[in-house]
Design a protein around this ligand. Structure first.
Ligand code: ZN
Length: 271
């Protein structure tokens, strides 16, 4: 095994860092079309699956937004109650711990509000109830930009399968953005609650196999690491976490002028 791997590294050039060939190919293709002009909308709504998804995918971008005066709000669909291998842990206790960790991480990044919808971790589907709940959040907060998961990413390269909750949340959020929140006859009970239809024209997708947008997080990566370190039930040592995050962000910055970046698939709808 060892000999084969060394042989492979020699064959692919002098670089000491091992980069899987599939990533190299993606970076070269994407470098030509990557957009970088950072938008600063009035209000951004994140709709994600688990406590820590926002910080892992976008912590540096969130810090940039809040520093620029953009109001950032999180809607977390599940309670995160399955993310532990501790034999003493119960789902109820874990959900409480993770909510506290998420609120602490949000404070580090200057996030204004965190909403927990309380769905069970690992059991998210594109249901009418979830559609109704997400449309209600969009009509209530009226964001200029929504961030969620790319639901088309079923797997990444040849070594990672995407979490089904991410796919379900991304899929349902896109349905909520278009057309459900926009058209008043969807969920007419919202009108009786005093909520008006709302049109979202700008969407950032995280965890995409087809990113077209890079955000420079060179100045905010330390805040991202600080926020992620709040998720103590999910991480090992802070040093290992910091190294992993820097490595990842360096890879995301390949083909851009930045040292560290986060990447998204951006969709801008016609007004
Ligand atoms: Zn997640």
């Amino acid at each position: 095994m060892k000999a084969t791997r060394r042989h492979g590294e020699h064959k692919h050039g002098n670089s000491k860092r091992f980069v899987p060939p599939v990533l190299v190919r993606l970076i070269i293709v994407e470098a030509e079309t990557m957009q970088t002009e950072f938008p600063t909308p009035k209000r951004v709504l994140f709709i994600t699956a688990h406590p820590d998804d926002t910080e892992f995918s976008s912590g540096g971008t969130i810090a940039r937004w809040t520093e620029a005066g953009t109001e950032v709000i999180y809607v977390i669909v599940t309670d995160g109650s399955k993310g532990s291998n501790d034999p003493e842990m119960t789902p109820e206790r874990l959900a409480r711990i993770r909510e506290e960790e998420q609120r602490a991480a949000a404070r580090v990044l200057g996030v204004s509000e965190v909403v927990f919808l309380g769905y069970t971790d690992g059991e998210v589907y594109d249901t009418l109830d979830l559609r109704r709940d997400l449309v209600r959040q969009i009509r209530f907060f009226r964001p200029d930009l929504v961030v969620t998961f790319d639901p088309t990413a079923r797997f990444f390269g040849s070594g990672r399968i995407n979490h089904p909750d991410h796919i379900a949340v991304g899929h349902t959020t896109l349905a909520a953005v278009f057309p459900l929140a926009r058209d008043r006859l969807n969920f007419p009970e919202h009108e009786r609650e005093g909520l008006r239809p709302h049109r979202v024209l700008d969407v950032f997708l995280v965890g995409s196999n087809e990113p077209n947008f890079a955000v420079d997080i060179t100045d905010t990566i330390e805040r991202k690491i600080e926020a992620l370190a709040c998720h103590r039930s999910q991480i090992g040592s802070r040093e290992e976490l910091a190294e992993y995050i820097r490595q990842r962000a360096r890879l995301m910055a390949e083909g851009t002028p930045y040292e560290y970046a986060e990447r998204f698939r951006r969709i801008v709808l016609p007004g």
